[in-house]
Design a protein. Structure first.
Length: 681
């Protein structure tokens, strides 16, 4: 019998948990994948999605050779081509554009892998040297992330493990059971010890089912709720005056703003009972330690940045930061000393300042005739499926004059529009190193098996393109292990520890903001941000209504949010049959009252539409939807939808108040029943 080896790795996906993995390999094949029991945060447990990762790695539809388009854009018709032929042609075309105007070349990538090496190293060096347009990578977290920066000084907060000691936990805009499983373990430990758990979310999620209370507010009203909680903290004097005086800035201005938001006003805006707001404020003001697990769902609306700022002010008002089990966590990523300059080499721009294109408005950018994009290199993303207002995104990628290269593991919706599709490796096949936005450990990923077929890593592809284009800087010869070692300063992360254990824990204080010391310019929690004021924005957080606030349109009376289906991660895993069989088909959750008013039966095919487009989907009359709000669960590949579309046919390219982020959940629609049609298999 052949021997087995165990290879330490890291989950690459866009989740706060960044699990440490152990892959068992026999005869060159991955035969078992599990969580690393030695990693305190992972504790040997993986989510349903990643526990099926070998199925994804060994999928019969894996791309295993380069492909060149032979049919019209979007037809999915390709023929095999050698790597040399593909890369020679790509380099030649990019060189022509480079000699004319390199800004006509646009990279498009995001968190298909969260790895620092395969996600943001040689690729960035290549595009910096080329002088291509820069990409503003906004599609997930910039509204909340930048809002935290203006308030707390960065993506910083309490450590996840200490939620287990909290006595009150507000889970705000997060379906933790589905998207933050290991935090949920700590929340459950706190609950067993007597803590109260409150879920604040428009949808009655699986997490809401398990909490003691659910606050089902309307989408985009989180800022109003936070200000009403402040109002009650003030009028009932549930404040830590000493902490406010010593460690905050702008209290007088915030107090004035909050006093404009009595619970009665917020109740009307949020669509929740006034008594529930009053009760929640009492609990937050009188329970110690109290903690908030904030997530990104609540910031995907026009006022998402202001809302995140308002929520981030709450812990300082009650002095929650004094205790290691008090405070707030949106993201821990700002705690990691990543040496991005060493990885990305912005010095290769050599003083040039290319234009910046916002990835959330890629549809408009590709259709702009005044300053046209002539080439797009897509990797670690599937914009045709995931970007907002996808009718425009599709039209842009369908341009026959747009040269498109897609690095991919599967024939996604975006790959269908490529001129060249280049087969990419998976996490089991390459080196990488990861930080986290949900804990404080660095995790190293070693390749466990050889790449399938002719698949190559992102770094290999960009090295080869650099060589063919004559880029002779030594940095284009760095191998992946060298890049892993360069990702963090040697005095911050012990690479030997990473090699031995697969992970290394940052050395941080238990309660870093007990005495202020926030990484803001003032060192305080900034209720008033002079930096925002200097940008012409309100320095104090406020409720900013949605662009498409419920009640503002008689034509489109329903608010729609598009949270992820539990067994998918953005558009990843959609093609893993065992997971897709659990999800079944694309669904629109609708409240019984809204369905009845429209003559919609459970299981009926419905047309969901607004001024941007329409989307046919199966309706599920569901207790998870509150009246007036429907849920288009995503993100399905378009080619698996009834009409070859998905929910992003309806979403908007308008941007958030802070951070230039997308407003996926700021969307009004109408729903009507239509003739039944089978879903593609």
């Amino acid at each position: 019998m052949s021997s087995q080896t165990r290879v330490l790795g890291a989950c690459p996906h866009d989740c706060p948990d960044t699990c440490a993995l152990v892959t068992t390999v026999q005869d060159g094949l991955a035969v078992k994948l599990q969580g690393n029991e030695a990693h305190r945060h992972t504790a040997g447990v993986l989510c349903t999605k990643v526990s099926r990762y070998i199925e994804r790695n060994d999928h019969p539809e894996r791309l295993v050779q380069p492909l060149k388009r032979t049919g019209p854009k979007g037809s999915g018709r390709f023929e095999p081509v050698s790597w040399d032929a593909a890369l020679d042609d790509i380099a030649a075309r990019l060189n022509v554009l480079r000699s004319n105007n390199p800004e006509k070349i646009v990279p498009y990538s995001y968190a298909g892998t969260m790895g620092l090496v395969q996600g943001e190293s040689v690729d960035r060096r290549f595009f910096h040297k080329l002088g291509a347009s820069l990409l503003d990578r906004t599609i997930c977290s910039t509204a909340g992330g930048e809002a935290l920066g203006f308030t707390l000084g960065g993506k910083v907060g309490m450590r996840t493990e200490f939620f287990a000691e909290s006595k009150l936990i507000l889970i705000w805009g997060s379906n933790s059971i589905a998207s933050n499983l290991h935090f949920w373990r700590h929340a459950q430990a706190a609950k067993r010890a007597g803590a109260r758990l409150v879920c604040i979310d428009p949808r009655k999620t699986e997490t809401a089912d398990k909490c003691d209370e659910h606050v089902a507010l309307l989408p985009g009203t989180d800022g109003a709720l936070a200000l009403a909680l402040m109002h009650e903290l003030i009028v009932n004097d549930w404040l830590d005056h000493d902490y406010i005086e010593r460690y905050t800035l702008g209290w007088a201005q915030l107090r004035e703003r909050a006093l404009q938001w009595p619970p009665s006003r917020a109740a009307e805006v949020c669509g929740v009972p006034e008594a529930q707001i009053v009760s929640l404020a009492r609990a937050y003001g009188t329970t110690k330690p109290a903690a908030i697990r904030l997530n990104y769902g609540m910031q995907r609306v026009r006022g998402g940045g202001n809302a995140a700022r308002a929520v981030a002010c709450l812990p300082a008002l009650v002095g929650a930061w004094r205790d290691r089990a008090g405070g707030l966590l949106l993201s821990s990523s700002g705690l990691f000393p990543v040496d991005r300059a060493a990885l990305q080499r912005p010095d290769l721009l050599a003083g040039r300042k290319p234009r910046t294109i916002n990835m959330s408005t890629i549809g408009d950018a590709l259709l702009d005739t005044a300053n046209p994009v002539e080439a797009v290199i897509v990797y670690n993303s599937n914009p045709v499926a995931v970007a907002p207002e996808s009718g425009k995104v599709v039209a842009g990628f369908a341009r026959e004059d747009l040269f498109t290269v897609v690095l991919e593991q599967f024939q996604t919706d975006t790959a269908d529009y490529a001129d060249y599709v280049l087969p990419a490796t998976t996490q089991l096949e390459h080196w990488d190193i990861h930080f986290s936005y949900g804990h404080t450990d660095v995790v190293l990923n070693r390749p466990a098996v050889a790449p399938r077929g002719e698949a190559r890593s992102n770094t290999w592809v960009f090295r080869e393109l650099a060589r063919r284009m004559g880029f002779d800087e030594p940095c284009f010869s760095d191998d992946d292990e060298t890049l892993c070692r360069a990702a963090f300063p040697a005095d911050a992360v012990d690479f030997g520890e990473l090699e031995a254990n697969g992970f290394a824990t940052l050395k941080l204080p238990d309660a870093p903001y007990a005495e202020g010391h926030f990484p803001t310019p003032s060192g305080r929690c900034e209720f008033f941000s002079a930096r925002l004021a200097a940008m012409g924005q309100d320095g104090v957080p406020d409720h900013v209504p949605n662009y498409e606030a419920k009640g503002s349109s008689s034509e489109f009376p329903l608010a729609m949010i598009s949270p992820p289906a539990r067994n998918f991660l953005n558009s990843s895993f959609v093609n893993v049959r065992s997971l897709r069989s659990i999800e079944g088909e694309p669904l629109l959750e609708i409240n019984e009252a809204d369905a009845s008013a429209r003559g919609i039966a459970d299981g009926a095919t419905v047309r969901v539409f607004n001024q941007r487009g329409e989307y046919r989907v199966r309706a599920e009359v569901s207790r998870r939807a509150r009246p007036g709000v429907v849920h288009g669960l995503g993100i399905w590949w378009r080619k698996l939808g009834l009409d070859g579309t998905n929910v992003n046919q309806l979403t908007s390219q308008r941007l958030t108040d802070i951070g230039r982020g997308p407003t996926f959940y700021d969307c009004l629609v109408e729903v009507e029943s239509v003739a039944d049609t089978a879903v593609p298999t």
